[in-house]
Design a protein around this ligand. Structure first.
Ligand SMILES: NC(=O)C1=CN([C@@H]2O[C@H](COP(=O)(O)OP(=O)(O)OC[C@H]3O[C@@H](n4cnc5c(N)ncnc54)[C@H](O)[C@@H]3O)[C@@H](O)[C@H]2O)C=CC1
Ligand SMILES: O=C(CO)COP(=O)(O)O
Length: 340
């Protein structure tokens, strides 16, 4: 990739906008692709994306565009910041444009059919592309407002990792490299589910002990699941594992946390999601995860509990009582132990 070549960011939501501005800050020319022409025109004129990142000014290097084919043709490095429900459908028609390109997913979701992570979908759509992911404790607003932040770029393509590090690494944003693409990406998707629970607990007025118990047992549960699928357990002790789990389970800026909070206040799932008006990937991930855990026979009581509340008509009180009544367990071997 040459210095002058533009970089593409696909998705005009909060994360796409934040990443585009970071790249522009580092001197890159950025094509921020969005499907909505009106939104693109408004951003071009006002240099703001008020629906998703109110108050953040977009740098002159960020150019909002709506022609996806042309954007993909112009750029070698392409960040994909689309919701998981949209990624396949948006990119499949452009498979021909993707050969040899560096495609880096930032999307933290799982496709139900075949339990596919986003980078696996990219690989399927564009077998000749070079694939990576970024994931970590990266709340879009904080990234955009220059809170000191770190992320992980993961790929078995070392040159791609270096290229992403060069493009994104800056004054307030550190980029670490990893070869465990699967673990890094899975961590980002799984933690959303537990953030919904943490939001519920907060709405019920539960304290810090509860939150800490939840986060720690969530880490055990997600690691147990990931190891069963072949991920490196050490990844879950890093930024893309426990790092992202902590931020999402403790911040009211997290949309998954907000959905959980609304549920804890007594709203229905539909009401909670429509009040949010943005993507909360955990709402879909919980379904996919519950099915996969059953198929693999991995014990995931927190996942089963949340699923029972969201989709099986159980009350929060019933599920909490069930979880707390479980047999006492050992704490030490947290990956293989089978209890909450
Ligand atoms: N917001 C955050 O703090 C972070 C988000 N992520 C991940 O990034 C992904 C995107 O999230 P956000 O930007 O936060 O979502 P968002 O809800 O802020 O924005 C989603 C954007 O995608 C667009 N979109 C929806 N369907 C589309 C389609 N079919 N074709 C084209 N565009 C479409 C929407 O118009 C909107 O611009 C998610 O998987 C999320 O988990 C990752 C790290 C941080
Ligand atoms: O992934 C995130 C932070 O790392 C953003 O979380 P939410 O999607 O819950 O806002």
């Amino acid at each position: 990739m040459t210095e002058q070549q533009p970089i593409a960011v696909l998705g005009g939501g909060s994360f796409g906008t934040a990443i585009a501005n970071l790249l522009a800050e580092n001197g890159h020319s950025v094509r921020l692709w969005m499907r909505d022409a009106e939104q693109a025109e408004s951003i071009r004129t006002h240099r703001q994306n008020p629906r998703y990142l109110k108050g953040v000014t977009l740098l002159p290097g960020v150019c909002p565009v709506t022609d996806l084919g042309q954007t993909l043709a112009e750029c070698q490095l392409i960040f994909v910041a689309l919701p998981s429900s949209a990624l396949r459908q948006a990119l499949s028609p452009f498979a021909d444009h993707l050969s040899g390109k560096m495609l880096v997913s930032t999307t933290k979701g799982i496709e139900a059919q075949g339990f596919m992570l986003m980078s696996q979908i990219l690989e399927e759509i564009a077998p000749q592309a070079r694939i990576g992911v970024i994931s970590g404790p990266n709340l879009a607003r904080e990234v955009a407002e220059h809170a000191l932040t770190a992320t992980v770029v993961a790929s078995d393509d070392e040159a791609l990792c270096r290229c992403v590090q060069q493009a994104l690494h800056g004054r307030t944003f550190r980029v670490y490299a990893s070869s465990d693409r699967f673990g890094v990406e899975l961590g980002g998707a799984l933690k959303n589910v537990y953030a919904i629970m943490a939001g519920m607990a907060a709405a019920l007025g539960m304290g810090e002990n509860t939150r800490s118990m939840l986060i720690t047992r969530a880490l055990a549960e997600m690691t147990r699941f990931a190891v069963r699928l072949g991920a490196n357990p050490m990844t879950f002790l890093g930024l893309a594992g426990v790092g992202d789990l902590i931020v999402t389970c403790t911040s009211t800026k997290s949309r998954n946390f907000q959905v959980g909070h609304a549920l804890g206040e007594g709203l229905s799932l539909d009401e909670a999601v429509s009040r949010l008006g943005e993507v909360a990937e955990g709402v879909n991930t919980i379904k996919v995860l519950k099915t996969k855990a059953e198929e693999l026979q991995v014990y995931m009581p927190l996942v089963a509990g949340l699923h029972a509340i969201l989709y099986e008509g159980r009350t929060l009180d019933q599920v909490i009582a069930l979880l707390m009544r479980g047999e006492p367990k050992t704490d030490v071997d947290f990956i293989s132990t089978d209890g909450f």
